[in-house]
Design a protein around this ligand. Structure first.
Ligand SMILES: C[S@@+](CC[C@H](N)C(=O)[O-])C[C@H]1O[C@@H](n2cnc3c(N)ncnc32)[C@H](O)[C@@H]1O
Length: 434
């Protein structure tokens, strides 16, 4: 009953033309409806609001089911959509309504975009800011060397450029109206993208050309997670053993839950071990540290691990004002004021590592005051350590309290002191590169 025809600017295949010729209802964007031959007498619905268009389809098919109508005399319903309608397209919404459409796909705009610049894209991350929040797409671009962004008006090349400039040196390839009369492919820097007018629709390739090309992989998109994590302390340069112990880091990472599209703050980062492990999971990460020498050390560790982490030198909480909201925060150093400042901004969770028992209660209170559900545990690992004579002793690591808070579903509490809009950029932070 429903045929979904993908359109990429090339002539439609015979079957698609046949279905169109027989259609009684054709639904599609204005640009698609004007580009294909419509049968005389067919009703057309311009797809602006998807829900309204789906209602029209349901109504058309529902009417046919009425006993007074002869379904055999009716033409079909054709839905015109861009590229491959099964890829971030209308097929999902149709199936959610119980339809089982036949799909005649064209080339996806993402495939066309990479083809225009002659790049392979099995290693590219494809993200959508179309009808979704831009921040996840931005975080993916912060962390990954090759990202294709499906855009939307108000969440396009200019907004992406604003979020990534100046601290993320990237190359944008903006592909406007691919396959259409206004096709234009432009290579530019994020700064330039902010000042230009871009035509819709467009897709943006965000490339980190300073990173070596990915090796041939076996899985499309983001690389699978790291082969191991909670790395030993000696995987990081550190000063006087100031590095979160592997066993403690393991539990902290479990509560932080770093993923592609997330932004994680590592506060009082020391060696940067937590930020680096989060980046290895595919998250964007910022290491916040007041000490200049530690910042240098973090940069060295980041380079050694081949990931991207922004390093922010400054005093917490003042420095946090310049950072975009995080999904999760690790607080390796700081009192209750720091914990509370982080909790007021965290969208998902905050994990605090403490050495002294007296600081546990204030940390719990700071988390709950900001609407998080707080818990705590004391962790201590006894590592097996070899002794002469092929025997072992237990070598105790220092006990540490981990206090964590999780935000239950729902937005963070409104606070009078918070500015209405947080910065989306990591302004002034030099990204640590390889
Ligand atoms: C809802 S998604 C649909 C993606 C589509 N299914 C595909 O495979 O290309 C809409 C977004 O796709 C991108 N897009 C679709 N057609 C395009 C075109 N001709 N040129 C550039 N981008 C296009 C734009 O980012 C647009 O906002």
């Amino acid at each position: 009953m429903i045929t979904v025809v993908g359109y990429d600017g090339s002539p439609l295949p015979a079957l698609a033309l046949e279905r169109l010729a027989q259609a009684s209802l054709v639904v599609g964007g204005a640009r698609h409806l004007s580009a294909v031959p419509l049968p005389p007498g067919a009703r057309t619905v311009v797809m602006g609001d998807v829900t309204a268009a789906l209602d029209e389809i349901d109504k058309e098919l529902g009417d046919r089911a009425a006993p007074s109508r002869n379904a055999a005399d009716e033409g079909g319903v054709v839905v015109l959509a861009s590229g491959d309608p099964g890829f971030f397209g209308i097929v999902r919404a149709l199936r959610e309504r119980g339809h089982r459409p036949q799909v005649l796909p064209a080339l996806s705009s993402v495939a066309q975009a990479f083809a225009r610049v002659g790049l392979p894209w099995d290693d590219a991350l494809v993200v959508s800011a179309h009808g979704r929040e831009l921040r996840r797409a931005v975080n993916a671009c912060r962390a990954h060397p090759k990202v294709a962004v499906l855009t939307a008006p108000g969440a396009g090349p200019a907004e992406l450029g604003r979020a990534l400039f100046p601290q993320h040196p990237r190359v944008f390839v903006v592909c406007e109206d691919l396959g259409g009369p206004d096709e234009r492919v432009t290579r530019c820097r994020p700064a330039e993208a902010t000042t230009r007018h871009w035509r819709d629709p467009n897709v943006v390739l965000v490339l980190d050309e300073r990173r070596p090309a990915e090796e041939r992989g076996w899985i499309a998109g983001a690389r699978p997670g790291p082969p191991s994590w909670a790395l030993p302390e000696d995987a990081f340069e550190h000063r006087n053993s100031v590095v979160t112990k592997a066993e403690v880091r393991a539990f902290a990472l479990a509560r932080l839950g770093p993923r592609v599209g997330d932004l994680i703050w590592d506060i009082g980062a020391g060696s940067g071990s937590v930020a680096i492990e989060c980046a290895r999971f595919g998250a964007a990460a910022v290491a916040v540290e007041r000490d200049a020498a530690s910042c240098e050390r973090i940069r060295g560790n980041v380079r050694a691990h081949g990931v991207r982490v922004a390093v922010s030198r400054g005093e917490v909480p003042a420095v946090l004002e310049h950072l975009p909201d995080p999904d999760a925060v690790f607080v390796g150093g700081g009192g209750p004021d720091v914990v509370r400042a982080c909790a007021s901004r965290a969208l998902r969770s905050v994990v605090v590592a403490l050495a002294s028992i007296e600081r546990v209660r204030p940390a719990l209170d700071a988390l709950t005051a900001e609407g998080l559900t707080a818990e705590a545990v004391q962790l201590q690992a006894n590592r097996l350590s070899p002794l002469p004579g092929d025997v072992h002793r237990l070598a105790a690591t220092n006990p540490v309290f981990l206090v964590w808070g999780e935000r239950n579903a729902g937005p963070p509490p409104a606070r009078a002191a918070r500015p209405a809009r947080r910065p989306q950029t990591l302004a002034e932070l030099p990204e640590t590169d390889q």
